[in-house]
Design a protein around this ligand. Structure first.
Ligand code: UGA
Length: 436
């Protein structure tokens, strides 16, 4: 009975662990294989090193149905459907590095009834090339659309599940589809071919990144014409064709996915001879957006040489400790380049960030970072920053100035506390839009 079929997972990283936990929660036996012995041992002891809300609890709750192993043999013996969840980081040129995917494929038997189910984000054409190399192996593309911080909920209540298979692999695709059946109406399935499934993933991330760069440019124009980008985004979002999500202006997108996937799609197009003009601009706008923070600080402080700037938040977004391609990395370097002294605090990412930002002083709390600072820059919208007593903060800073890189704080609260406040495309007190 396919609903009882065991699930194999290759790569116990963030995607692999969420996939493991959620399939186990749906009642399947799951065998997850990783090459790192220490990681497998820690996971077998119930230790989860990744900060993802609900994940550790879900793994614990389903411990009886989950096996962690380093053995490929054990995986192949125990499961037919092998969800490949290894990472595909960017290379220097911006292409996706497929070496880990290739290493997995090299470990699989050329002829068996196993199915390689690709969850990792790969350039369109990867499936075709693997099928060419391994004609005896069934191949299904099933890209992941999980967001860090809400990955467990995203898996259990997806907007869609994409299952891509080519001629000859129909049975394999049906078996993958059947795994998602317990999600019921929550798991609308789109069945398509492999290349289209691969493109759906890349195009979705590139489109969302485009929305962000678009609203960031609108924010920059709003500053010039006296409009408020929050009001503009709200008014735009009411048009169902546009939608309200991913229209939050700020200092730009980061993370392990958008920067990598946008540049991988641009490179993929370039490799075919097509210049993807729009994505070139999306990337450029994202880079320029961080410079605006420096400009805003200079507007109030003049030269930044010797000025103490406190960064509130370092992770690429809240509810994660992920520092990959975080805006804070670029910003800290830029501020230091201008001669500023940078101090930073993040509720969970400080440790990880400390290894990357060795010349940045890491504070133990937001208050400690803000003490004596000439300005604060809100980089990541952690809830605890909104809950600070901003009157007390004003008294502890050398100069009460906040540049809110996420338009997250309430300008009225800050004004009452005696702050000068700069958002991104935000007016200090816009007349609130009313929707009747
Ligand atoms: C993103 C996609 O949203 C997922 O669907 C996809 O599965 C994932 O990449 C992936 O490819 O694995 P994630 O990177 O976790 O998920 O983060 P998002 O919540 O999408 O945010 C990405 C960045 O955009 C963050 O830096 C965030 O601060 C920024 N952002 C987001 C904005 O600046 N404005 C917005 O309106 C929304």
């Amino acid at each position: 009975m396919s609903e009882r079929e065991a699930v194999g997972v290759i790569g116990a990283g963030w995607v692999g662990l969420v996939t493991t936990a959620c399939f186990a929660e749906l009642g399947y036996e799951v065998i997850a294989r990783d090459i790192l012995a220490e990681k497998v041992e820690a996971l077998s002891r119930g230790e989860v090193a990744i900060h993802e809300p609900g994940l550790a609890e879900m793994l614990r709750r389903n411990v009886e149905r989950i096996t962690f192993t380093t053995s490929m043999e054990e995986l192949l013996d125990g499961a037919r459907l092998l969800f490949t969840c290894v990472d595909t980081p960017p290379t220097y040129s911006g292409d996706a590095d497929l070496s880990r995917v290739r290493a997995v494929v090299a470990d699989l038997p050329a002829d068996s009834d196993h199915v390689l189910v690709m969850k990792s984000t790969v350039p369109a054409g990867t499936g075709e090339s693997i099928r060419r190399d391994m004609p005896g192996l069934a191949y299904v593309s099933c890209p992941e659309f999980l967001k860090e911080g809400t990955a467990v909920a995203d898996f259990m209540h997806p907007d869609r599940v994409v299952v891509g298979a080519d001629a000859g692999d129909e049975e394999a695709a049906e078996a993958v589809e059947a795994l998602y059946a317990p999600l019921g109406a929550d798991g609308e399935i789109l069945r398509t071919d492999v290349a289209s499934a691969e493109m759906i993933k890349l195009a979705s991330n590139a489109f969302l990144a485009t929305k962000i760069s678009f609203i960031n440019e609108i924010a920059n124009v709003c500053e010039e014409v006296g409009a408020d980008v929050g009001e503009v985004a709200r008014g735009m979002g009411l048009d169902k064709r546009i939608g309200s999500s991913f229209l939050r202006a700020g200092i730009g997108y980061g993370g392990s996915c958008f920067p990598k996937d946008v540049s991988a799609l641009k490179m993929l197009a370039g490799n075919t001879g097509y210049h993807f003009q729009l994505l070139t601009s999306v990337i450029e706008v994202n880079e320029l957006q961080k410079r605006r923070v420096v400009g805003k600080l200079e507007k109030h402080l003049g030269s930044l040489i010797g000025k103490r700037i406190a960064l509130l938040g370092l992770a690429f977004k809240p509810d994660t400790d992920d520092m990959r391609e975080a805006s804070s990395l670029v910003l800290a370097a830029r501020l230091q380049g201008e001669g500023a002294e940078v101090v930073a605090y993040d509720p969970v990412a400080s440790g990880r960030a400390g290894e990357m930002l060795t010349s940045v002083e890491m504070a133990d709390s937001a208050m400690a970072a803000l003490e004596g600072a000439d300005a604060a820059v809100l980089v990541t919208e952690w809830a605890e920053f909104r809950d600070l007593d901003w009157s007390v903060v004003a008294a502890t800073m050398a100069n009460p100035l906040v540049v809110d890189g996420r338009n997250f704080l309430d300008p009225a609260v800050l004004a009452t506390a005696g702050f000068e406040y700069e958002g991104i495309g935000r007016q200090p007190r816009p007349a609130p839009t009313q929707v009747y």
